[in-house]
Design a protein around this ligand. Structure first.
Ligand code: MG
Length: 128
C-alpha cells in the first residue's frame, strides 16, 4: 500500500459511478478524473506529474485503444504506465492494448485488491 501513497493517478472512465468507486478505493492517492479521451489529454497537460493511468476501454468519442495510441505516441507521456480496465469478454482488445504498450489489464467488475496490485506493480517500476 505504501507504494500508492500520495501518488497521482489519472482515471479515464465514462461512468460516474465507477469514478466514485475509484475515489473510495484510491483514497490514499491523488485521483484526477477524466470522462473521455479528450478530457484525459487536457488533464495530462495540467497535471504533468501523473504517475499512472487507469484507462477504460469502452467510452464514447474515443475508445481506450485510441487514447492509448495517443499516449504512446507522445514523448512526454509514453513513460506513464497505463492499466486498461475492460469488461468481461473483451479480453481480446485488452491483449491488443498490451501489444500497444499498456502495462496491464483488469476486467470489470474489479475488486479493490486487483486495482492495488496492478498499480503497485506498475509504480514499482516508476521512480517518484
Ligand atoms: Mg465505459
Amino acid at each position: 500500500m505504501n507504494t500508492l501513497e500520495r501518488r497521482k493517478v489519472l482515471v479515464v472512465e465514462d461512468s460516474r459511478l465507477v469514478h466514485m468507486m475509484y475515489d473510495t478505493i484510491l483514497r490514499k492517492c491523488q485521483v484526477v478524473h477524466a470522462h473521455d479521451g479528450l478530457e484525459a489529454m487536457a488533464k495530462l497537460r495540467d497535471h504533468r506529474d501523473v504517475d499512472a493511468i487507469l484507462l477504460d476501454m469502452n467510452m464514447p468519442r474515443m475508445n481506450g485503444l485510441e487514447v492509448l495510441e495517443l499516449l504512446k505516441a507522445d514523448e512526454s507521456l509514453k513513460r506513464i504506465p497505463v492499466i486498461i480496465v475492460t469488461t468481461e469478454g473483451n479480453e481480446e482488445s485488452a491483449q491488443q492494448a498490451i501489444g500497444k504498450g499498456a502495462a496491464a489489464f483488469l476486467t470489470k467488475p474489479f475488486r479493490a485488491e486487483h486495482i492495488f496490485d496492478a498499480l503497485s506493480r506498475a509504480l514499482a517500476e516508476t521512480p517518484r
